[in-house]
Ligand binder design. Structure first.
Ligand code: CUA
Length: 307
Protein backbone atom coordinates (compact mmCIF):
# COMPACT_ATOMS: atom_id res chain seq x y z
CA UNK A 1 0.00 0.00 0.00
CA UNK A 2 1.65 3.26 -1.12
CA UNK A 3 0.03 5.41 1.53
CA UNK A 4 0.14 3.39 4.75
CA UNK A 5 1.69 4.56 8.00
CA UNK A 6 1.80 0.93 9.13
CA UNK A 7 4.11 -0.22 6.32
CA UNK A 8 6.86 2.28 7.08
CA UNK A 9 9.65 3.03 4.61
CA UNK A 10 11.42 5.70 6.66
CA UNK A 11 12.88 6.14 10.14
CA UNK A 12 10.26 8.61 11.37
CA UNK A 13 7.41 6.43 10.09
CA UNK A 14 8.98 3.39 11.79
CA UNK A 15 8.99 5.24 15.15
CA UNK A 16 5.38 6.31 14.66
CA UNK A 17 4.28 2.77 13.69
CA UNK A 18 6.03 1.35 16.78
CA UNK A 19 4.32 3.90 19.01
CA UNK A 20 0.98 2.99 17.40
CA UNK A 21 1.51 -0.73 18.14
CA UNK A 22 2.45 -0.01 21.76
CA UNK A 23 -0.62 2.18 22.22
CA UNK A 24 -2.89 -0.42 20.58
CA UNK A 25 -1.50 -3.18 22.80
CA UNK A 26 -1.98 -0.97 25.88
CA UNK A 27 -5.54 -0.16 24.79
CA UNK A 28 -6.36 -3.86 24.46
CA UNK A 29 -5.02 -4.60 27.96
CA UNK A 30 -7.01 -1.71 29.45
CA UNK A 31 -10.13 -2.77 27.55
CA UNK A 32 -9.86 -6.32 28.94
CA UNK A 33 -9.45 -5.01 32.52
CA UNK A 34 -12.38 -2.57 32.25
CA UNK A 35 -14.76 -5.07 30.62
CA UNK A 36 -13.67 -7.76 33.09
CA UNK A 37 -14.47 -5.48 36.02
CA UNK A 38 -17.82 -4.52 34.50
CA UNK A 39 -18.77 -8.19 34.06
CA UNK A 40 -17.57 -8.93 37.61
CA UNK A 41 -19.68 -6.06 38.97
CA UNK A 42 -22.80 -7.28 37.11
CA UNK A 43 -22.57 -10.89 38.29
CA UNK A 44 -21.19 -10.30 41.79
CA UNK A 45 -24.04 -11.09 44.17
CA UNK A 46 -24.62 -9.12 47.35
CA UNK A 47 -24.03 -5.52 48.37
CA UNK A 48 -20.84 -3.55 47.84
CA UNK A 49 -19.47 -1.43 50.61
CA UNK A 50 -19.55 2.32 49.70
CA UNK A 51 -15.91 2.58 50.78
CA UNK A 52 -14.90 -0.12 48.21
CA UNK A 53 -16.81 1.60 45.41
CA UNK A 54 -15.16 4.94 46.26
CA UNK A 55 -11.72 3.31 46.13
CA UNK A 56 -12.45 1.81 42.69
CA UNK A 57 -13.77 5.10 41.32
CA UNK A 58 -10.73 7.05 42.47
CA UNK A 59 -8.31 4.31 41.48
CA UNK A 60 -9.85 3.55 38.07
CA UNK A 61 -10.94 7.11 37.24
CA UNK A 62 -7.93 9.16 38.34
CA UNK A 63 -4.87 7.18 39.47
CA UNK A 64 -4.82 4.58 36.69
CA UNK A 65 -5.29 7.05 33.76
CA UNK A 66 -2.62 9.31 35.27
CA UNK A 67 -0.12 6.45 35.30
CA UNK A 68 -0.99 5.34 31.76
CA UNK A 69 -0.93 8.85 30.24
CA UNK A 70 2.33 9.73 32.03
CA UNK A 71 3.86 6.55 30.64
CA UNK A 72 2.78 7.45 27.07
CA UNK A 73 4.07 11.01 27.52
CA UNK A 74 7.46 9.62 28.61
CA UNK A 75 7.62 7.45 25.48
CA UNK A 76 6.59 10.16 23.03
CA UNK A 77 8.41 13.24 24.45
CA UNK A 78 11.93 12.04 23.51
CA UNK A 79 10.75 11.84 19.88
CA UNK A 80 10.23 15.61 19.71
CA UNK A 81 13.80 16.99 20.05
CA UNK A 82 14.76 14.63 17.21
CA UNK A 83 12.32 16.52 14.96
CA UNK A 84 13.83 19.87 15.91
CA UNK A 85 17.49 18.94 15.45
CA UNK A 86 19.12 20.33 12.29
CA UNK A 87 19.52 17.86 9.42
CA UNK A 88 22.87 16.00 9.40
CA UNK A 89 25.68 17.06 7.04
CA UNK A 90 25.26 15.73 3.54
CA UNK A 91 21.47 15.74 3.69
CA UNK A 92 19.69 16.21 0.42
CA UNK A 93 17.94 19.59 0.29
CA UNK A 94 14.52 19.76 -1.32
CA UNK A 95 12.29 22.81 -1.30
CA UNK A 96 8.56 22.19 -1.66
CA UNK A 97 5.91 24.88 -2.08
CA UNK A 98 2.22 24.14 -1.78
CA UNK A 99 0.11 25.80 -4.47
CA UNK A 100 -3.63 25.29 -4.92
CA UNK A 101 -3.67 22.36 -5.86
CA UNK A 102 -0.24 21.07 -6.78
CA UNK A 103 3.35 20.99 -5.54
CA UNK A 104 6.29 23.07 -6.75
CA UNK A 105 9.46 21.06 -6.08
CA UNK A 106 12.97 22.48 -6.20
CA UNK A 107 16.17 20.50 -5.80
CA UNK A 108 19.21 22.42 -4.53
CA UNK A 109 22.02 20.56 -6.20
CA UNK A 110 24.79 22.94 -5.16
CA UNK A 111 25.03 26.65 -4.32
CA UNK A 112 24.43 27.63 -7.93
CA UNK A 113 22.32 24.87 -9.42
CA UNK A 114 18.66 24.85 -8.55
CA UNK A 115 16.29 22.80 -10.62
CA UNK A 116 12.51 22.84 -10.54
CA UNK A 117 9.99 20.09 -11.12
CA UNK A 118 6.42 19.39 -9.98
CA UNK A 119 4.31 16.79 -8.20
CA UNK A 120 7.06 14.18 -8.16
CA UNK A 121 9.76 13.77 -5.53
CA UNK A 122 12.54 11.26 -6.04
CA UNK A 123 14.80 10.39 -3.12
CA UNK A 124 17.85 8.17 -2.65
CA UNK A 125 17.39 5.32 -0.17
CA UNK A 126 19.43 5.53 3.05
CA UNK A 127 20.30 9.22 2.77
CA UNK A 128 18.68 11.82 5.03
CA UNK A 129 16.68 14.52 3.30
CA UNK A 130 15.64 17.92 4.58
CA UNK A 131 12.51 19.48 3.16
CA UNK A 132 12.04 23.23 3.35
CA UNK A 133 8.34 23.87 3.13
CA UNK A 134 6.22 26.91 2.41
CA UNK A 135 3.07 27.92 0.61
CA UNK A 136 2.23 30.34 -2.19
CA UNK A 137 -1.39 30.89 -1.16
CA UNK A 138 -3.20 29.21 1.76
CA UNK A 139 -2.13 26.73 4.45
CA UNK A 140 -1.34 23.26 3.11
CA UNK A 141 0.24 20.35 4.93
CA UNK A 142 3.00 18.11 3.60
CA UNK A 143 2.62 14.43 4.44
CA UNK A 144 4.19 11.25 3.09
CA UNK A 145 2.55 8.66 5.38
CA UNK A 146 5.00 5.86 4.56
CA UNK A 147 8.06 8.04 5.31
CA UNK A 148 6.88 10.15 8.26
CA UNK A 149 5.78 13.74 8.68
CA UNK A 150 3.52 15.72 8.58
CA UNK A 151 4.27 19.44 8.66
CA UNK A 152 2.12 22.46 7.81
CA UNK A 153 3.11 24.71 4.91
CA UNK A 154 2.33 28.34 5.63
CA UNK A 155 2.47 31.39 3.38
CA UNK A 156 5.27 33.76 4.44
CA UNK A 157 6.96 31.28 6.73
CA UNK A 158 9.32 28.37 6.16
CA UNK A 159 8.89 25.11 8.03
CA UNK A 160 11.21 22.11 7.88
CA UNK A 161 10.90 18.36 7.85
CA UNK A 162 13.61 15.72 8.03
CA UNK A 163 13.03 12.28 6.62
CA UNK A 164 15.22 9.25 6.17
CA UNK A 165 13.95 6.71 3.62
CA UNK A 166 14.96 3.14 4.47
CA UNK A 167 13.22 1.17 1.71
CA UNK A 168 13.02 1.45 -2.07
CA UNK A 169 9.53 1.89 -3.50
CA UNK A 170 6.89 4.24 -4.85
CA UNK A 171 4.80 6.00 -2.24
CA UNK A 172 2.11 8.60 -2.16
CA UNK A 173 2.24 12.01 -0.57
CA UNK A 174 -0.86 14.00 0.28
CA UNK A 175 -1.98 17.43 1.38
CA UNK A 176 -3.21 17.00 4.95
CA UNK A 177 -4.80 20.40 5.56
CA UNK A 178 -8.10 21.36 4.00
CA UNK A 179 -7.18 24.02 1.44
CA UNK A 180 -10.21 24.36 -0.82
CA UNK A 181 -12.27 22.60 -3.49
CA UNK A 182 -9.59 20.25 -4.83
CA UNK A 183 -7.84 19.56 -1.50
CA UNK A 184 -8.47 15.83 -1.83
CA UNK A 185 -6.88 15.90 -5.31
CA UNK A 186 -3.63 17.51 -4.17
CA UNK A 187 -1.26 14.55 -4.07
CA UNK A 188 2.22 13.69 -5.30
CA UNK A 189 4.41 10.71 -6.10
CA UNK A 190 7.43 9.84 -3.98
CA UNK A 191 9.89 7.47 -5.59
CA UNK A 192 12.64 6.14 -3.32
CA UNK A 193 15.46 4.72 -5.46
CA UNK A 194 18.94 3.23 -5.07
CA UNK A 195 21.55 6.01 -4.71
CA UNK A 196 23.20 5.52 -8.12
CA UNK A 197 19.86 5.51 -9.96
CA UNK A 198 18.89 8.66 -8.08
CA UNK A 199 22.14 10.38 -9.07
CA UNK A 200 21.58 9.68 -12.74
CA UNK A 201 17.95 10.79 -12.47
CA UNK A 202 19.03 14.07 -10.83
CA UNK A 203 21.68 14.59 -13.52
CA UNK A 204 19.02 14.00 -16.16
CA UNK A 205 16.71 16.48 -14.37
CA UNK A 206 19.28 19.29 -14.59
CA UNK A 207 19.52 18.86 -18.37
CA UNK A 208 17.13 20.77 -20.60
CA UNK A 209 14.42 18.61 -22.05
CA UNK A 210 14.88 16.72 -25.29
CA UNK A 211 11.60 16.74 -27.15
CA UNK A 212 10.54 13.95 -29.45
CA UNK A 213 10.99 14.57 -33.19
CA UNK A 214 8.03 12.50 -34.36
CA UNK A 215 5.67 14.61 -36.54
CA UNK A 216 2.76 14.56 -34.05
CA UNK A 217 5.04 15.82 -31.28
CA UNK A 218 6.46 18.59 -33.49
CA UNK A 219 2.92 19.66 -34.40
CA UNK A 220 1.95 19.43 -30.71
CA UNK A 221 4.80 21.76 -29.76
CA UNK A 222 3.47 24.37 -32.24
CA UNK A 223 -0.05 24.11 -30.79
CA UNK A 224 1.38 24.33 -27.26
CA UNK A 225 2.78 27.78 -28.02
CA UNK A 226 -0.14 28.89 -30.24
CA UNK A 227 -2.67 28.16 -27.52
CA UNK A 228 -0.53 29.96 -24.94
CA UNK A 229 0.38 27.11 -22.57
CA UNK A 230 3.86 28.66 -22.25
CA UNK A 231 2.40 31.67 -20.47
CA UNK A 232 2.00 29.55 -17.33
CA UNK A 233 4.28 26.55 -17.86
CA UNK A 234 8.04 26.34 -18.26
CA UNK A 235 9.88 23.72 -20.29
CA UNK A 236 13.63 24.14 -19.99
CA UNK A 237 15.28 24.00 -23.38
CA UNK A 238 12.34 25.72 -25.11
CA UNK A 239 10.88 29.23 -25.08
CA UNK A 240 8.25 28.22 -22.52
CA UNK A 241 9.19 30.16 -19.41
CA UNK A 242 5.93 30.64 -17.49
CA UNK A 243 6.13 30.22 -13.75
CA UNK A 244 2.51 30.21 -12.57
CA UNK A 245 1.85 26.57 -13.36
CA UNK A 246 3.84 23.37 -12.89
CA UNK A 247 7.19 23.11 -14.68
CA UNK A 248 6.78 20.56 -17.49
CA UNK A 249 10.44 19.75 -18.22
CA UNK A 250 10.77 15.94 -18.39
CA UNK A 251 6.99 15.70 -17.97
CA UNK A 252 6.94 12.43 -19.92
CA UNK A 253 8.84 10.55 -17.22
CA UNK A 254 6.44 11.44 -14.39
CA UNK A 255 4.22 8.61 -13.09
CA UNK A 256 1.06 10.71 -12.83
CA UNK A 257 -0.58 13.95 -13.96
CA UNK A 258 -2.74 16.60 -12.30
CA UNK A 259 -0.96 16.27 -8.91
CA UNK A 260 -1.16 12.52 -8.45
CA UNK A 261 -4.73 12.36 -9.73
CA UNK A 262 -4.46 10.25 -12.91
CA UNK A 263 -1.84 7.86 -14.31
CA UNK A 264 0.30 9.61 -16.91
CA UNK A 265 -1.01 8.17 -20.19
CA UNK A 266 -2.24 9.55 -23.51
CA UNK A 267 -6.00 9.24 -22.90
CA UNK A 268 -5.79 10.89 -19.49
CA UNK A 269 -3.63 13.68 -20.85
CA UNK A 270 -6.08 14.50 -23.65
CA UNK A 271 -8.91 14.46 -21.13
CA UNK A 272 -6.94 16.72 -18.79
CA UNK A 273 -6.29 19.30 -21.55
CA UNK A 274 -9.88 19.41 -22.81
CA UNK A 275 -11.88 18.78 -19.61
CA UNK A 276 -9.64 20.22 -16.91
CA UNK A 277 -12.53 21.72 -14.96
CA UNK A 278 -14.44 18.42 -14.91
CA UNK A 279 -11.44 16.33 -13.90
CA UNK A 280 -10.43 18.70 -11.10
CA UNK A 281 -12.99 21.41 -10.34
CA UNK A 282 -11.57 24.75 -9.25
CA UNK A 283 -8.13 24.63 -10.91
CA UNK A 284 -6.61 27.73 -12.46
CA UNK A 285 -5.79 26.00 -15.74
CA UNK A 286 -8.46 26.84 -18.32
CA UNK A 287 -10.22 23.91 -19.99
CA UNK A 288 -10.06 23.77 -23.77
CA UNK A 289 -13.49 22.22 -24.36
CA UNK A 290 -13.66 23.47 -27.92
CA UNK A 291 -10.18 22.32 -28.89
CA UNK A 292 -9.95 20.06 -31.89
CA UNK A 293 -9.41 16.45 -30.74
CA UNK A 294 -6.45 15.93 -33.02
CA UNK A 295 -4.82 19.12 -31.80
CA UNK A 296 -5.25 18.02 -28.15
CA UNK A 297 -3.83 14.60 -29.00
CA UNK A 298 -0.79 16.22 -30.62
CA UNK A 299 -0.15 18.42 -27.60
CA UNK A 300 -0.40 15.29 -25.44
CA UNK A 301 2.10 13.50 -27.69
CA UNK A 302 4.48 16.47 -27.41
CA UNK A 303 4.24 16.45 -23.59
CA UNK A 304 4.70 12.67 -23.37
CA UNK A 305 7.88 13.00 -25.41
CA UNK A 306 9.51 15.40 -22.90
CA UNK A 307 12.05 13.14 -21.25
CU1 CUA B 1 -3.42 21.70 -0.08
CU2 CUA B 1 -5.11 20.57 1.12
Amino acid sequence: MPQSTLQPAGEAAEAIALLFYWMSAGAVVIWIIVVGLAVYAIYQPGQHHPQTIKRWVIGGGAVFPTIVLTGLLCVSLPMMPELQRPAPQGSLQVHVSGVRWWWRITYHIDDETVVETANEIRLPVGRPVEFKLDSEDVIHSFWIPALGGKVDMMPGRQTRLKLHPTRVGTFRGVCAEFCGAAHAQMNFDVVVMPADEFDSWLKQLTRPTASSQEPAAVAGEKHFFAVGCHACHAIRGTDAKGSMGPDLTHFGSRPSIAAGLLPNNHANLVRWITETDRVKPGVDMPAFHAMDRQQAAEIATFLEGLK
